[in-house]
Every structure is written in structure tokens, then in C-alpha cells.
Write a protein that binds this ligand. Structure first.
Ligand code: ZN
Length: 117
């Protein structure tokens, strides 16, 4: 399963309030508030943290820190993430990455090391 680690994160944190939007239902906007590279780096960070045993705290703790460190427009990005179905760090992976991962060239760690664990 592709998101097994994050499923665990979500269950522990009782997150994932939002179900992913059905394809074609929600308008997928093209105006990303950050560059593709920045968004990909965010997915990579969250994927990595989940592997380190991170438990989502129902907020954007990791996402906020990441954006602040890169001097990116935190509130704009959080609003955009919300529009794409994410209300916390784990939902960024569950809901946003599913829609945008391929777009920004993100490859989940588990798909690269399949069968290793
Ligand atoms: Zn969460």
C-alpha cells in the first residue's frame, strides 16, 4: 500500500477529516502559490517525517515550519492547501499529494524502495 505510513499517522492522530475530492468534482486550480520544486520539497519532507514516526497534531506544524524556513507565503499556501482538501500535515499527503504529486514530480519513498521493508 502506497500510503501505509501516513495511514498510521492519520489513525494515531484521528485525522483525515476530509475525503479526497473526486476527480473532476473540485476545480483543480493551476495557480500554485509556490514553485513546483517547493511543493515537491514539502511532500518529500512530510514523507520523510512520517518515516521518522511523526504523529500528526491536527495542524500544519511541519508545513508552517517548512514554509517559514523557505520564506514562502505561509498563509497563502495554507489557504491553497485547504482549498485542496488539507486541514493538517497528514492531509497534505493524503489529499493534496494525490492530486499534485505527479504534477510536481514527487515520487513517494515507498514506491522507490518497494519490497525493501
Ligand atoms: Zn493530520
Amino acid at each position: 500500500m502506497r500510503y501505509s505510513r501516513w495511514l498510521l499517522v492519520a489513525v494515531l492522530g484521528a485525522c483525515v477529516r476530509n475525503t479526497p475530492t473526486e476527480p473532476g468534482k473540485a476545480a483543480m486550480t493551476d495557480d500554485l502559490p509556490v514553485s513546483n520544486a517547493d511543493l515537491r520539497a514539502l511532500f518529500e519532507l512530510l514523507d520523510e517525517e512520517s518515516g521518522n514516526g511523526y504523529e500528526c497534531d491536527h495542524g500544519f506544524t511541519l508545513t508552517r515550519r517548512f514554509l517559514a524556513e523557505r520564506r514562502l507565503p505561509v498563509e497563502d499556501v495554507l489557504r491553497w492547501l485547504g482549498e485542496n482538501g488539507a486541514g493538517c500535515d497528514c492531509e497534505v499527503i493524503f489529499n493534496v499529494e494525490q492530486q499534485w504529486g505527479a504534477h510536481v514530480g514527487f515520487e513517494p519513498e515507498e514506491s522507490k524502495v518497494e519490497g525493501k521493508e
